[in-house]
Design a protein around this ligand. Sequence first.
Ligand code: GLY
Length: 408
Amino acid sequence: MSSPPHTPPHTPRTSRTPDVLVVGGGIIGLVTAWRAARRGLVTALVDPEPGGGAAQVAAGMLAAVTELHYGEETLLALNLASARRYPEFAAELTELTGHDLGYRRCGTLAVALDADDRAHLRELHALQQRSGLESEWLSGRECRRLEPMLAPGVRGGLRVDGDHQIDPRRLAHALLAACEREGVVLHRVWAERLTVGRGERATGVVTADGTALEAGQVVLAGGSLSGRLTGVPEAVLPPVRPVKGQVLRLAMPRTGVGAPLLNRTVRAVVRGNHVYLVPRESGELVVGATSEELGWDTTVTAGGVYELLRDAHELVPGITELPLTETRAGLRPGSPDNAPLLGRTDLDGLLLATGHYRNGVLLTPVTGDVMADVLTGGEPPEEARPFSPRRFGPRRFGAVPALSEQPA
Ligand code: GLY
């Protein structure tokens, strides 16, 4: 890790009402605050633990190509736009903070274990080609030449050199440092209620300790909790829901001690379940992820761990030798069309940056730029226009519990 630049951090600009208040300090809230402050807006952020959230669980695949799905071509354009921004974004963040983000241009290999998986991957390959994406079909033998620890039964695969990875925990840490350097004022407390002033305009929030925080514009970026801030009129309440993902962390032997277990991300669909193995240069191997619609439950279950290990073992039998160092569950912010909600709502002064579902880490750079564009009075870039929160129209929901009443 290189040492931080020597320029002193900006002095927090607390002397007047902030231009922007970001509600939520996960990577999406942090990148929004950082980019807004970078554009000269006086910015504050409210979250009891900024830098936490789903990024603490996520594997950090930047997988626009291997995670392509039918019917998500519009989202593909946004995903690719963000993937293209990553090298410069990561370099800028590292330059500003001195933090190594674990950004690794290692590529991804999606493999098939049986005839059904092979047919599914062939279809994905055809879709990728129709979409003008780069991916190469490999035989089972070619896959094993690339990744010798793969199971002998691998029947073929797709090599995608353009799908990379980053360490989301390092990313969150660096974004928090970037916010601090840019003078973002951090309120380490829950936002309890949105305040809507005369003229039907969002004017700030009241926090769990009763403090009123005012701002010119409010960005709701609370991940899966975004629909739970009280005081948000039903018509503009974001339609996000929690989608649980259980993830394991294992420890690979340190590099330099024989060949690495894996050189790149390896993934497959096994019996209909997605499983991926993401090897980090640090020696961490991330194995994920379940996808469960269980509300606010973040329990790590024996069944979840069993299924992940069983499927990962079918791909790479050698993983059973590794120490299991961590099991954890997080909540993806799912939206009705699996795509984010970015930009202004029909309530003046209230913007959304949420609903990133499976792509929060990938979409971090483009989200920061889009939100900064809109917050400074501009229009979102072409590729972000389909993701306006207004696409869902007015919505009706029941009573919403307070954001602070989140699951343990
Ligand atoms: N993008 C990987 C996941 O959501 O599990």
